[in-house]
Design a protein around this ligand. Structure first.
Ligand code: RIB
Length: 310
């Protein structure tokens, strides 16, 4: 493998969310006014930012997390979880009088999920915090961003990456129609899934040709690298005139929650380690596919050794 890219030995900074995931596994999910019985319940640390941080760390990258937690019992659990994985938490702070982020998740018999988040303290991560952390962030090799924190904070992080010449990866999840695409296009990597692409472009994404057409509208707006994740179908990479397809291995999925985060954490790890982009995407597709074969999010992310030997 080639040498890490410039920066603090390939350190990845995640400026993003932490949630506590309350997950119910059910044969069918309730309709309005209906109460149903779940088969199983699990509680674990989640949030798109934290999940991506853990995936990259599990694969060996040094990771710095920047986030806001509430002043409840969930905050200590989240901090302990980061420390267990060896994630740097000097930029993770508790906010008095606010609850930590919580995600209620239903996973149905087809392993598909529905997620309702209560962002809580994640809403308290502000552009001023990004400014205040500029010394700690400036030596990083890659910034990872998602949309579970305020958009102004995401924009401040994009500005920071641009002025410091640090590549930025933006995962526009969950999709927001008010995302300013003129900001988003300044990122080196833009990584939506097909649903997010559909919401952002207002174009159909039913077939692969549709996805390519929708993605091309973003390239025309100046996006550099567009990586569209397609679940069990793998991923597409669009860059200039180039379109590359990456098929996913066939696996038995039991829980698809957090697979997109597994993809991004793995891609980030491979990219900062100096792998070419197509290699990094192919690895990320395999890693995400592996993650859906086990329940939960972070619990389902294999370590580097588990991944290499699988
Ligand atoms: O992407 C999966 C994550 O989305 C879950 O861990 C949940 O916390 C929500 O943020």
């Amino acid at each position: 493998m080639s040498e890490p890219r410039s920066g603090e030995e390939g350190t990845i900074a995640v400026i993003g969310s932490c949630m506590v995931d309350l997950i119910a596994y059910a044969d069918a999910v309730p309709q309005a006014g209906e109460t149903r019985r779940a088969r199983e319940f699990a509680m674990s640390c989640g949030g798109k930012g934290a999940n991506q941080a853990v995936a990259a760390r599990r694969l060996g990258s040094p990771v710095k997390m920047m986030a806001r937690l509430g002043d409840d019992v969930f905050a200590e659990d989240t901090l302990a979880n980061f420390r267990r994985f060896g994630i740097e938490t000097s930029l993770v702070e508790k906010v008095p009088g606010v609850s930590s982020g919580v995600a209620t998740i239903w996973v149905d018999a087809d392993s598909q999920n529905r997620i309702l988040i209560a962002p809580g303290a994640n809403q308290k991560l502000t552009p001023a915090h990004v400014d205040a952390a500029s010394d700690a962030l400036s030596a990083c090799s890659l910034l990872l961003l998602q949309l579970e924190v305020p958009l102004d904070t995401v924009y401040a992080a994009i500005d920071f990456g641009r002025t410091r010449k640090i590549p930025v990866l933006l995962n526009p999840a969950p999709a927001r129609t008010d995302l300013d695409l003129d900001y988003a296009r300044q990122c080196k990597f833009f990584v939506p899934n097909e649903t997010e692409l559909q919401i952002l472009t207002d174009m159909p994404v039913e077939h692969e040709d549709d996805v390519v057409a929708a993605a091309r509208t973003l390239l025309l707006r100046g996006f550099e690298n567009l990586i569209v994740t397609l679940g069990e179908k793998g991923a597409l990479w669009l860059h200039g005139d180039r379109v590359e397809r990456f098929a996913a291995p066939h696996v038995h999925a039991v829980d698809t929650t957090g697979a997109g985060d597994a993809f991004i954490g793995c891609f980030a790890n491979a990219y900062v380690a100096g792998r070419p982009i197509p290699d990094a995407i192919a690895r990320a597709v395999r890693y995400a596919s592996r993650s859906v074969t086990e329940k939960g999010t972070q619990e389902a992310y294999p370590s580097a050794r588990e991944f290499e030997t699988s």
